[in-house]
Design a protein around this ligand. Structure first.
Ligand code: ATP
Ligand code: MG
Length: 540
């Protein structure tokens, strides 16, 4: 078996880099007073359709969606069947869940005969077998009691159609198709392709806006998109993201929020040691501005769209803004000639954007204006941005984000303007791996010491020593007393910077033999000094 296409295992030592990135991100988020949110990895499909947008690549073709299987409601079938059969019996005893016999009901009719009943969503061989054996047990019991009463087994299952005749199996069990709907209706679910929708859903569900305060939330977790796998593009990938959202009275619409998020990102990338990024910035205006621009674009596309790729021909009609995302080389000159969104922005949007860029100028955060940057999700309004990195090749976007002032209302919530971003963790790792300097700074992969018990009788003592040293904060690899000394040395050399030998002498005297692999020196160290000794850098 192999990991599914587009997914992969992350193994040590690479995971050290992942952890370092996550730790740095958490530290930066803490300095900006963000708190962590964790939402489920799957949600109602409608959430993504309504927020990300029906006419987007993500919703059209990249989501992992399934109908969550209809749930059989056994208790409902049991109660309806009992009601329908109540006249036939003197007693109907509920045998589940504590009954010794794994059957659901034990019924005794007015003549004292027994019927053992087992319920199911559909007929099952296993139920028939269970019933047949329960029947023969009960018969044996009745024979012992010298009773002449009989026992039958009945298997009742849900049937969508009425009037199906009863059958008897070769085991002598009655099969009864009981008419009715005993299934809870199903729900369409989707693995989250992004996390903003889930965060805003949670914001609404928990009334986070009711405090009147700005909510500053960050998340770190896997996302899922059915894309063609390639370098920097996977079907399960990780994002680190954050959202600033709140009622308008909390200042959530202020251009200062946009500038602060962008400044935080510049700081985060700097703290991560990522050099040479570019911030591309644009404003897609208010929902009204965007609608106006869409009309302008649609009109401009009437003449040129027939010369463009198939996707663009379709988008030209359904969602003209998406044409700007097109990557087909032949379409680029045509797109360059299309009207620019800046010319469709209303005064409010223009002013808001001017304040964002002014704050960035003052804070010294460099950016490039890019009027084509409209982002692949429908919920963006006003400020949109992307941080790209040259080292990434075709998949050059490290992160993307923007404002989403109408998103909360679109999914049934109160007015709650917000701004956020999502950063591709996989791409951060690729970038950092490509930067040699950072690799050298990565923490050493070797343990401080390898403990080699000499003989299995010292294994337990070695465990105690390892526990002592680990509690002192040291990274310890524990060997095994069944190894020959040569094998212990080989294993130690591969995994640790030093070996600590625990033979019978060392155990008795409390003076341990330590060999440093870097200096090659072998020394005797009293147990009380061992932790301090091992904490020094190797080679000294
Ligand atoms: P792209 O243009 O690269 O497809 P996108 O616009 O679809 O990106 P967003 O939805 O904005 O991406 O996601 C934010 C970030 O998440 C991206 O900038 C990227 O770093 C990362 N990302 C998106 N899709 C993937 C993927 N399939 N594999 C790895 N990282 C991804
Ligand atoms: Mg994409």
């Amino acid at each position: 078996m192999k990991a599914v296409r587009g997914t992969r295992d992350l193994l040590p030592p690479e995971t050290e880099l992942w952890n370092r990135i996550e730790t740095t991100a958490r530290q930066v988020f803490a300095r900006y007073n963000f708190g962590e949110i964790r939402t489920p990895i799957f949600e109602d499909t409608a959430l993504f359709a309504r927020s990300v947008g029906e006419e987007t690549d993500i919703v059209e073709k990249e989501m992992y969606t399934w109908e969550d299987g209809e749930r059989f409601e056994k208790s409902l079938l049991i109660s309806r069947w009992s009601l329908a059969n109540r006249e036939r019996f003197g007693t109907i005893e509920d045998n589940s869940p504590s009954g010794a016999v794994p059957i659901d009901l034990e019924c005794e009719d007015l003549d004292g005969n027994f019927e053992l009943v087992l319920f199911g969503a559909k007929p099952s061989k296993r139920s028939v077998d269970v019933l047949a054996s329960a029947v023969s047990d009960k018969r044996a019991l009745l024979t012992q009691l010298q009773s002449d009463k009989d026992v039958t087994g009945r298997h009742v299952f849900a049937s969508p159609v009425p009037g199906v005749p009863e059958e008897t199996t070769p085991e002598g069990v009655l099969l009864e198709a009981f008419h009715g709907n005993f299934f809870k209706s199903s729900q369409s679910l989707t693995l989250r392709p992004e996390n903003t929708a889930g965060v805003v859903r949670a914001y609404i569900e928990h009334g986070l806006g009711e405090s009147g305060q700005l909510q500053k939330l960050y998340y770190i977790g896997p996302q899922f998109r059915r894309e063609r796998p390639q370098k920097g593009r996977y079907r399960q990938f990780w994002q680190i993201g954050a959202e600033v959202i709140g009622p308008p009275s909390s200042g959530s619409e202020s251009p200062l929020r946009d500038a602060e998020v962008l400044e935080m990102l510049a700081t985060l990338l700097e703290d991560l040691g990522i050099a040479g990024w570019t911030l591309e910035l644009n404003s897609v205006g208010s929902a009204a501005d965007r609608a106006k621009y869409n009309d302008v674009l649609r009109a401009a596309l009437v003449d040129v769209a027939p010369k463009m790729c198939g996707d663009c021909q379709r988008r030209a009609v359904t969602n003209p803004l998406r044409v700007l995302d097109c990557k087909v080389p032949e379409d680029q000159p045509i797109i360059e000639g299309l009207p620019k969104i800046g010319d469709s922005l209303g005064d409010d949007s223009k002013q808001h954007f001017a304040q964002v860029t002014a704050a960035l100028d003052t804070a010294g955060v460099p950016y490039t204006l890019n009027q084509r940057l409209v982002r692949g999700l429908d919920y963006y309004t006003r400020t949109t941005f992307e941080f790209t990195h040259g080292g990434l090749g075709a998949q050059n976007a490290l992160l993307g984000g923007g404002r989403y002032d109408g998103l909360s209302e679109a999914i049934g919530g109160p007015k709650a303007p917000g701004i956020g971003f999502a950063m591709g963790l996989d791409r951060l790792v690729l970038t950092l791996q490509a930067q040699e300097a950072t690799q050298a700074a990565a923490p050493a992969a070797k343990a401080d010491a390898y403990i080699a018990p000499i003989g299995e009788s010292l294994n337990a003592a070695a465990l105690v020593l390892a526990r002592e040293l680990r509690r002192a904060g040291l990274r310890i690899e524990l060997g095994d007393g069944s190894f020959r000394l040569k094998k212990s040395f080989e294993a130690a050399d591969k995994t640790a910077r030093r070996i600590v030998i625990l033979g019978e002498d060392e155990h008795q005297s409390g003076i341990l033999t330590v060999k440093d692999f870097i200096s090659g020196k072998q020394t005797k160290v009293p147990r009380a000094e061992l932790a301090a000794n091992l904490a020094r850098p190797a080679g000294e």
